[in-house]
Design a protein around this ligand. Structure first.
Ligand SMILES: NC(=O)C1=CN([C@@H]2O[C@H](COP(=O)(O)OP(=O)(O)OC[C@H]3O[C@@H](n4cnc5c(N)ncnc54)[C@H](OP(=O)(O)O)[C@@H]3O)[C@@H](O)[C@H]2O)C=CC1
Ligand SMILES: O=C1OC[C@@H](O)[C@H](O)[C@H]1O
Length: 364
């Protein structure tokens, strides 16, 4: 239970238990989006450092129904109204991809920290612009690649990268993410004007996973074959990326993402993340079962699991975001799994490159 500390509808909240009188950061949501309850509302309920104070929707009745269903104390009549509420510190932006740039820019201009759903914008140019604004204003802007914050991910990344650094070159990587026939053709994912397309959707996660786990960057796109399912929309993309690291070592990554084809296994985890396999000269690493297979002997080794206390990936992400806000955006690099502005820009650059190679238009 939270009680208000000072005047103003959305003034910072304090826990009602005086022994835990911790000032909470107030966050508001743009849109009654499906992803908001698992990614923000649920984890915030177990945190004393942040409270979801309001949701705004294009139709305030929708916002009210959403607020009542998810235990959010208030609503705002429009996105502008929530962004400009002086008692709100942070904004969560889970709007369709094509609206990420516009509304995140407005939120930053209004002095709010922003937790921004992936992909950060519609193209690399927009992403660079947003992060430049955040930097100039000393605001936290985080692209929500939630799975990277989980200790299981940081453990996997460290294990893989240590192995590569110990003289076993990375050879091939494969990242797969698929939600076959889960979304209707009316979904935001199938609308070019809203920044749709599978490369934007699951592609942003798989490209991020490839870069995050390996520490390699995408140097070029060798192949990108889309399956066009509606105007300018890729329902599936199969791509081959050439990866490069600072020490001039190279590897190849295969990317298979799909919203339409049922032959990839559907993700069944509560938290959605790509399946990922990395092959070095001697071993194959499988995320997220923490299994390493010796190529010569075929022997598999199960690594100890490094899960936290049952936290979801979204909970770790939210804790990282709050920590960054409370540190005034300083030392974010020391937060495990942090996605920097440069990182987000490189991810969008790779998405743009896949679209270019496939002969499709960049998103706008
Ligand atoms: N991190 C993760 O695990 C996941 C991230 N995502 C990302 O979150 C974002 C939202 O995805 P999801 O929750 O599935 O989407 P939804 O369609 O459920 O929500 C999008 C919201 O955008 C608002 N909106 C504003 N303008 C439009 C418009 N013209 N057409 C449609 N909606 C509009 C709607 O809000 P209103 O209530 O105002 O009508 C709607 O609630 C995407 O960027 C997606 O990539 C999605 C799933 C998982
Ligand atoms: O994590 C995800 O799961 C569902 C996808 O369609 C979504 O947008 C993606 O990021």
């Amino acid at each position: 239970m939270a009680s208000q500390k000072s005047s103003g509808l959305f003034a910072r909240y304090r826990l009602s238990n005086p022994k835990q009188s911790v000032v909470k950061n107030a966050i508001g949501i743009l849109g009654a989006a499906n992803i908001a309850p698992p990614a923000l509302v649920a984890p915030s309920m177990n945190m004393s450092s942040i409270i979801v104070v309001s949701v705004a929707a294009r139709d305030e009745n929708k916002a009210k129904a959403f607020a009542s269903k998810h235990g959010i104390p208030n609503t705002h009549p429009s996105y502008d109204a929530i962004i400009n509420d002086p008692n709100i510190d942070c904004i969560y932006n889970p709007l369709p991809n094509g609206l990420h740039y516009e509304w995140t820019k407005k939120a930053l201009d209004a002095g709010k920290h922003v937790l921004l759903e992936k992909p950060s914008t519609s193209n690399a140019e927009q992403t660079r612009e947003l992060f430049a604004i955040a930097k100039e204003k000393n605001l936290v802007l985080l692209e929500a690649f939630h799975y990277g914050f989980h200790p299981a991910s940081t453990f996997f990344r460290e294990t893989l990268q240590k192995h590569i650094a110990s003289g076993h070159p990375l050879q091939r990587v494969k990242a797969v993410m698929s939600f076959p026939n889960l979304f209707p053709l009316t979904d935001i994912r199938f609308n070019y004007n809203l920044g749709g397309g599978i490369t934007m959707d699951c592609g942003s996660c798989t490209i991020n996973a490839i870069r995050y786990f390996t520490g390699f960057e995408v140097e070029s796109v060798e192949k990108a074959v889309p399956k066009i399912v509606s105007e300018d929309i890729d329902g599936r993309m199969d791509a081959v990326l050439r990866l490069k690291r600072g020490d001039n070592t190279f590897a190849e990554a295969e990317l298979n993402v799909s919203l339409t084809n049922p032959w990839f296994s559907i993700q069944t985890y509560r938290e959605m993340m790509p399946t990922f396999t990395a092959e070095t000269d001697d071993k194959i690493f499988f995320y997220h079962y923490f299994t390493v297979k010796n190529k010569a002997t075929g022997k598999t080794e199960n690594l100890p699991k490094a899960y936290g206390e049952g936290y979801s990936t979204y909970r770790y992400q939210l804790e990282a975001f709050v920590k960054a806000v409370e540190n005034g955006g300083k030392d974010v690099e020391s937060i495990p799994g942090w996605v920097s502005g440069e990182d987000s820009a490189l991810n969008m650059t790779a998405i743009d490159a896949v679209y270019k190679k496939s002969g499709m238009k960049l998103r706008k």
